[in-house]
Design a protein around this ligand. Sequence first.
Ligand SMILES: [Zn+2]
Ligand SMILES: [Zn+2]
Length: 142
Amino acid sequence: MAAAVPACIFCQIARSSTATTLLHTDDKVVAFQDINPSAFRHYLVIPVEHIATVKDLQRRPQDYSLVRHMLSVGQTLLSRDAPDSTHYRFGFHQPPFNSVNHLHLHCLALPFVPRWKRVKYSSLGPLGGFIEAHRLLDKLKP
Ligand SMILES: [Zn+2]
Ligand SMILES: [Zn+2]
């Protein structure tokens, strides 16, 4: 039997089986450019392991350190590639607002392009469509 090809596009990217250029790889996460950028720089950091959404993360050390690592990789890439930006945003879409069911941290160096895109990456009041990485870390902190 042939090895199963994972159906999830982000799993395929994490295994380097697509043409996507990886900006960072280690044994826990990979980073690449968002295919449809919404800002001056717009990167995604994803875990190599398939985790569907923020709802699958729990208040425990391994999930907390994974998200902290994703954030620090994103911060390092943006401070290298967009050192002159004055605003950065890091966060996750919560279901049903997420596009791909493989956890991904949006790393944005502002300004948003076009400007209306900012709506997609702000916490939408009580609905909570977007959660900033720092807020998620507060929730996961063991
Ligand atoms: Zn996946
Ligand atoms: Zn997303």
